[in-house]
Design a protein around this ligand. Structure first.
Ligand code: PRP
Ligand code: URA
Length: 206
């Protein structure tokens, strides 16, 4: 299911990411802030458990998170979303999956993966700012399922209809979160208008 997040601050910050003249420094800071703002919505349905604690003035029946959270950035660009979310969920553990799209075929190639051992019992959040053809995210989700993950959310910033449809077809059990959905892909598989190459803009490699 697609969750398109709407908030004036998100829209404002996404505009900053999209601008051609935004510097690497500002791009990095803004992506981090967007991830932090999205954290509020992507965690809305996390299960909680009842506990009793002591405040300085007495006992208090309250709640705390009942499930582990694992964040899995898709390298490279997903790295830019980790701090914004992990700053709010300090207990989150972090896995990594490295993928790049072959420039000719647009097919994703996996070159690295390393996950914590609690995938089966955790809410696993795949982080990647761009959902273009959906190939990278779909493969990353499949790798996580093959490693035992059962509850998976896909957290992207900008998506194309092709990518959303691909994830809904390949992984109907996965919740998709986006801050913006754009018109189409160009002939090179880039989201239009999008924001360009997220990895290059985040790390200043072009
Ligand atoms: C980008 C982006 C996604 C992928 C999206 O990564 O960060 O992972 O493309 O495209 P898709 O939905 O069509 O698969 P890229 O392959 O450019 O690698 P990089 O982050 O190392 O630059
Ligand atoms: N990857 C990117 O970084 N940007 C796009 O528009 C598509 C894929």
């Amino acid at each position: 299911m697609l969750n398109l997040l709407k908030h004036p601050l998100l829209t404002h910050k996404l505009t900053i990411l999209r601008r051609r003249e935004t510097s690497t420094k500002v791009f990095r800071e803004t992506l981090d802030e967007i991830a932090g703002l999205m954290a509020y919505e992507i965690t809305r349905d996390l299960p909680v458990k009842n506990i009793t604690i002591e405040t300085p003035l007495g006992s208090c029946d309250t709640q705390e998170l009942a499930m582990d959270v694992v964040l899995v950035p898709v390298l490279r660009a997903g790295l830019g979303m980790v701090d914004g979310i992990s700053n709010l969920i300090s207990s989150a553990r972090i896995g990594h999956i490295g993928m790049y799209r072959d420039h000719e075929t647009l097919k994703p190639m996996t070159y690295y993966s390393k996950f914590p051992d609690n995938l089966p019992s955790a809410v696993v959040m795949v982080l990647d700012p761009m959902l273009a053809t959906g190939g990278s995210s779909s493969d990353a989700i499949q790798v996580l399922k093959d490693n035992g993950a059962k509850t998976i959310k896909l957290v992207c910033v900008v998506g194309a209809p092709e990518g959303v449809n691909r994830i809904m077809r390949d992984h109907p059990d996965v919740q998709i979160y986006l801050a913006g959905i754009d018109e189409k892909l160009n002939e090179n598989g880039y989201i239009v208008p999008g924001l360009g190459d997220a990895g290059d803009r985040l790390f200043g490699t072009k």
